[in-house]
Design a protein. Sequence first.
Length: 275
Amino acid sequence: MKFYRQAEASAQAIVEAFEQGTVPKALANMFIRRKDTSPCRSWSWSNQLLVALAGYSDARGFRQWKQAGRHVKKGEKARCSILIPVTVKAETEDKATGETVEEARCIGFTSSPVFGLPQTEGKPIETDHEAENWLRSLPLHDLAKAWRLDVESYNGHESGYLGYYQPGKGIALGVKNLSTWAHELSHAADDRLGEMGRSSKPDREIVAELAGATLLECLGNDTEADRGGAWTYIMRYCQENRTKALTACNRLLERVCNVVALILDESTALAGKGA
């Protein structure tokens, strides 16, 4: 694997900044709030994430598409299923009034298949062009597509994840934040190098976070690299232990550089093919 000298120098400079405590404050997250009228915008964030990871900006069931004036194309199969709560009616006593009231109680979940917009045909659907244009404008978006990864977004405000990488399938983003995008793309590169499946979760996350920051600095996005946010993230995976975090960063530095090198190498090769 070829090392980019710039990548190695950038990664080392970031680690040195961690050691010296000279890291800027973390950037504020701008949560994505898709603005179209798709019913899936009202779904739980976990169901929206499932849809995004399936590569869709809009997904619905058979009946929902029919209500929108569209129908699922013949032969199409659902690429994902969402979770639907199973409820039963239960009687409880209102402590304030002593009256018996009936309420719905969740006893579990079942699944329901949904179909993405490209799997349907019929009446045109309103889309959030702003969100779609932002996704297409992401640096290295073409590389993700060349790696056959779907890239989508979801309403991330109440999500437990700012972004998510599903191995070999896609990247979903819940925030308009280049550091989150670079983090998830770094996971994808680490996966392609065969490292993700044989390492611990802390190591995977430290590599992705440090590689993402390094990658953005190599691309000239120094502010978006968000060293302060990267350090906070890494410290959390090292139980807030500074010595442990610095040791982990130095131990994983070569792997970080390999991830960045792979992304830069293959994006350069891709650009050459398009010239």
